[in-house]
Write a protein that binds this ligand. Structure first.
Ligand code: NAP
Length: 309
């Protein structure tokens, strides 16, 4: 029986772990498919306080992990399939792996969010190694002197497009409107970059393969004229937002129409189930920043500590 299990090892989960560990709760962090969370796929984090020169996303969470470990946090790789709450309030975590359920008094869910996809022809077939990617930091170097397209108009799309110009000779930024959603500083940076060509009012409709099954073109449809256009590209990077990773927990914490956890009024982290707390992008459709995720992780840990007393 654990005092507190924290599911997720991004900024929210790791900050919760630091606080729980310093409160001597000996937390167990269940790391998911992407240890360190989404920020590990970001190149330069320029807005996390304390790093005036910026910091690589992987390095930032690695430091948080070390800090959590230093105070006694334990880590385990596992995937949760379901959660049950017993009549005594014990949370039983059912794993996808063939092993005994985990049991804990308090549970902090910090499972983050996953990249949104479009479901267009070619996307699945060429994902992961054949030119379709959701992570410029991970895959950008494969596109040295090539042409790529980035889908989306938010901060992620702007950041990915800008980052990809380190390698690619040309980057199309394909956005469904004629104005970027990205913050002013990011939008200005992108629009000033001569290697980036915005493709406005355009929806991606298909990705075409070459003879080897790698990306050779992206088909986009103009939202005004409905005309199709073929962009000759070697890679397509998705940056059209995320959906929260909340499915296995729907029976203990209610979710809204977009799948985000619903918390009690006046709290970002308290849920209707006593002893179950949420933090980070799985419960935040508004700010979605590393620092706000960390803030929620801190709140969740303090609430868990109070609840356990
Ligand atoms: P986002 O802000 O939700 O932007 C998603 C973009 O994808 C929007 O431009 C949206 O178009 C487009 N989109 C969504 N669904 C689409 C679809 N089905 N087809 C075509 N386009 C679609 O997501 P994000 O850029 O990942 O950013 C998430 C949060 O993280 C934001 O709060 C952002 O500020 C933050 N962030 C910050 C940084 C940083 O500060 N360094 C870096 C990355 C992200 P519309 O604009 O038309 O809705």
């Amino acid at each position: 029986m654990e005092n507190v299990i924290i599911i997720g090892s991004g900024c929210a989960g790791l900050t919760a772990a630091i606080y729980c560990a310093r409160a001597n709760l000996k937390p167990l962090v269940v790391e998911g498919k992407l240890p360190g969370g989404q920020i590990t796929t970001t190149s330069d984090v320029e807005n996390f306080p304390g790093f005036p020169e910026g910091i690589n996303g992987f390095d930032l969470t690695w430091k948080m992990r070390q800090q959590a470990e230093k105070f006694g946090t334990r880590f385990q790789g596992a995937h949760i399939k379901d959660v049950e709450v017993t009549s005594k309030g014990i949370k039983r975590l059912i794993l996808t792996e063939q092993c005994e359920p985990m049991q804990t008094r308090a549970l902090i869910i910090a499972t983050g969010a996953s990249p949104r996809m479009l479901g267009i022809p070619g996307e699945k077939e060429m994902f992961g190694g054949k030119g379709v990617s959701t992570c410029a930091t991970c895959d950008g170097a494969f596109f040295h002197e090539k042409t790529v397209a980035v889908l989306g108009g938010g901060d992620s799309a702007a950041e990915e497009a800008h980052f990809l110009t380190r390698f690619a000779k040309k980057v199309y930024l394909v956005h469904r409107r004629d104005q970027l959603r990205a913050s002013k500083i990011m939008a200005e940076r992108v629009l000033a970059n001569k290697k980036i060509e915005p493709v406005w009012n355009a929806n991606a409709t298909a990705i075409l393969p070459n003879a080897e099954g790698h990306v050779k073109a992206l088909i986009v449809k103009d939202t005004l004229s409905q005309q199709l256009r073929e962009l000759a590209v070697d890679g397509v990077f998705y940056a059209i937002g995320h959906h929260p990773n909340t499915e296995p927990f729907g029976n203990v914490v209610p979710r809204d129409e977009n799948g985000y956890f619903v918390t009690l009024t006046d709290s970002q982290v308290l849920t209707k189930t006593p002893g179950v707390f949420v933090a980070g992008d799985c419960a935040d459709n508004n700010y979605r920043q590393a620092i706000t995720a960390s803030g929620m992780g801190c709140q969740a840990a303090i609430e868990a500590e109070r609840w356990l007393v």
